[in-house]
Design a protein around this ligand. Structure first.
Ligand code: CP
Ligand code: NVA
Length: 304
């Protein structure tokens, strides 16, 4: 892997994504067959959380343990970050103690600055702009279920948020056709809409028509209507996103073998019905599990 950090999928080549997914598959197989890989023995990952988490925190901490290393949890509330210590200084301090940093925060600029100053690998555990670790796990899950990624039709229904941004970039880099259904005022990031223009071997569609986006889909993604940090907008967003729901009608428009992916947590009755969620629970919890394996691969490649 050429990159020293995992800050956003825009930075990775198709080959680097494939390298991560291949190693993730191997680490998953080995973990299930009792084959140990203590490749990060004696190494420490600092995990900074400025937003809540269940999956990201647990999968990184367990992943570090399984690789022979140690992970430590820093919440912005208890650390000096919460009292305004600049990220540049936090970066240089952690760089003296640790071997890698995972950060979940608001601005993408915070993650980029952390990487600029830390002198050790930085991994983005979600920003307002993107969620690269999640989409690597999603690509791994889709490949497990569908064997090949190239040529698959991927549909995302809902907010043009961090997940939408990473799905577009990750899937199109892997040669998958992407269609997004979102309200006009909740479109994906401008940098991502620029990126799609550069892709030669995959198509991109942006529409406000949910059924049109779902037509012939092999994979349907959705995510919450109001992300972390948007708590004040919940009511307005409930109105704006009414109808942007993965339900039986949407699934009927898709390919008969269509998978459903949801990064979780899910709001049943909003972006997805309870029926569709439960019918696709196996795929959705495979996706959650694969966070562990995909991130172990990322850490092994960046921190060894
Ligand atoms: N999908 C995801 O990142 O979950 P958490 O917010 O629980 O970490
Ligand atoms: N878009 C969601 C994803 C949570 C994993 C959020 O940012 O809150």
């Amino acid at each position: 892997m050429q990159n020293k950090h995992l800050l956003k999928l825009l930075d990775l080549s198709r080959e680097e994504i494939r390298e991560i997914l291949d190693l993730a598959d191997q680490l998953k197989y080995d973990q299930k067959h009792g084959i140990d890989h203590q490749v990060l023995k004696g190494k420490t990952l600092a995990m900074i959380f400025e937003k809540n988490s269940t999956r990201t925190r647990v999968s990184f901490e367990v992943g570090m343990f399984q690789l022979g290393g140690h992970a430590l949890f820093l919440s912005s509330k208890d650390s000096q970050l919460g009292r305004g210590e600049p990220i540049e200084d936090t970066a240089r301090v952690l760089g003296r103690y640790c071997d890698g940093i995972m950060i979940r925060t608001f601005g993408q600029d915070t993650v980029e600055k952390l990487a600029q100053y830390a002198g050790i690998p930085v991994i983005n555990g979600l920003t307002d702009f993107c969620h690269p670790c999640q989409v690597l796990a999603d690509l791994m899950t889709i490949r497990e279920h569908k064997a090949e990624l190239e040529g698959l039709n991927v549909c995302y229904i809902g907010d043009g948020n961090n997940m939408a941004n990473s799905i577009i970039v990750g899937c199109m880099k892997c040669g998958m056709n992407v269609s997004i259904a979102c309200p006009n005022s909740y479109r994906p990031d401008g940098a991502v809409l620029e990126f799609v223009k550069s892709v030669q071997d995959a198509t991109f569609t942006l529409t406000d028509d949910v059924l049109a986006a779902a037509r012939d889909a092999d994979v349907i993604f959705t995510d919450v209507w109001a992300s972390m940090g948007m708590e004040d907008e919940v009511k307005a967003r409930r109105e704006a996103f009414m109808g942007y729901q993965v339900n039986d009608a949407v699934m009927a428009a898709a390919h008969p073998d269509c998978m459903v992916q949801h990064c979780l947590p899910a709001h049943r009755g909003e972006e997805i019905t309870a029926e569709v969620f439960e019918a696709h629970a196996q795929e959705i919890f495979d996706e959650a599990e694969n966070r562990l394996h995909a991130q172990k691969a990322v850490m092994a490649l960046l921190m060894k």
